[in-house]
Design a protein around this ligand. Structure first.
Ligand code: G
Ligand code: G
Ligand code: MN
Ligand code: NA
Length: 250
């Protein structure tokens, strides 16, 4: 409860920052985008995880304010880098997507930063896509501007892929769960490979998240998979490290 009050202050007093985790293209051997991830150093409690404070912010309109700050900060930071093709992915909370203010907030961030729309990816969770038409209309409008839409924390089922057909999306981010047991279980491996190929053949960019071991990486390479993110390749980097430590870029 006190944490939520403190969060208002955190925004005002600059206690929040973003770190950026690379997404690597295995075919081109380079970083193609970075995912912006929120960090909060609380003056008393120290580092508080967004897994803890984002849900608190989501209970009120504070999440929209937080989302605007993240959009502004991430677009400005990446626009200022000496990497003209690097994209940035921003996590957008369900409540912000549903607020009806996302399109204008994105336009504002792009306008202020000078970042081209094609370099911005918005990560949303799949449940938001099943909402009403207002949400899909807004997402379609963002795509017409050139912004890409990613489905975050995507699961493993064929059925869920089927209902995504026709929705205004560009990227699938496979949850780390998707890699569970692929090293040891041939059936899990076959499922993983099939879903990756199906997603790709539907015209989507598929990113596998949470790649932690060299064996997982090799399996994904053997499947012909291209886009991965995870501690094995790079941890989230602070802004200063972005100019020097991007795999295959700096
Ligand atoms: O970075 P980390 O693994 O601690 O993130 C934990 C959770 O918080 C993840 O679900 C992630 O998507 C979410 N998260 C991180 N940064 C942001 C952000 O800027 N906005 C929103 N809405 N969620 C975020
Ligand atoms: O929900 P979302 O996918 O946005 O959350 C991303 C979260 O995953 C962040 O908190 C980030 O710190 C975390 N993360 C990034 N790479 C790895 C990894 O290789 N393993 C694990 N366990 N978590 C990771
Ligand atoms: Mn994400
Ligand atoms: Na995810």
């Amino acid at each position: 409860e006190t944490l939520r009050t403190d969060l208002h202050q955190a925004l005002a007093e600059g206690q929040l920052r973003l770190v950026y985790q690379p997404v690597v293209d295995l075919a081109l051997h380079r970083t193609v985008s970075v995912e912006a991830l929120l960090r909060w150093r609380h003056p008393v409690y120290g580092e508080v995880s967004p897994a803890e404070f984002v849900p608190l912010a989501e209970e009120s309109a504070l999440i929209t304010e937080l989302g605007r700050w993240v959009l502004a900060e991430a677009t400005a930071t990446v626009a200022a880098l000496p990497h003209p093709d690097l994209a940035v992915a921003v996590n957008v909370s369900a409540r912000h997507v549903r607020s009806g203010e996302l399109v204008s907030d994105v336009l504002q961030a792009l306008g202020s930063s000078g970042l081209s729309a094609s370099r911005l990816v918005l990560e949303i969770t799949e449940s938001v896509l099943l909402d009403d038409e207002h949400v899909t209309d807004d997402l379609a409008a963002l795509r017409r501007l050139g912004v890409r839409i990613a489905v975050d924390d995507f699961g493993t089922g064929w059925s869920s892929l089927a209902y995504l057909v026709g929705l205004p999306i560009d990227v699938l981010k496979m949850d780390r769960q998707f890699l569970a047991d692929v090293e040891t279980d041939p059936q899990r491996r076959a499922l993983c490979s099939s879903v990756l190929h199906l997603g790709t053949s539907l015209g989507l960019v598929v990113v596998v998240e949470g790649v932690e071991t060299a064996t997982e990486l090799q399996l994904l390479r053997d499947m012909g998979h291209r886009f991965i993110q995870g501690y094995l390749l790079a941890r989230p980097l602070d802004e200063a490290a972005l100019t020097t430590q991007l795999p295959g870029l700096g």
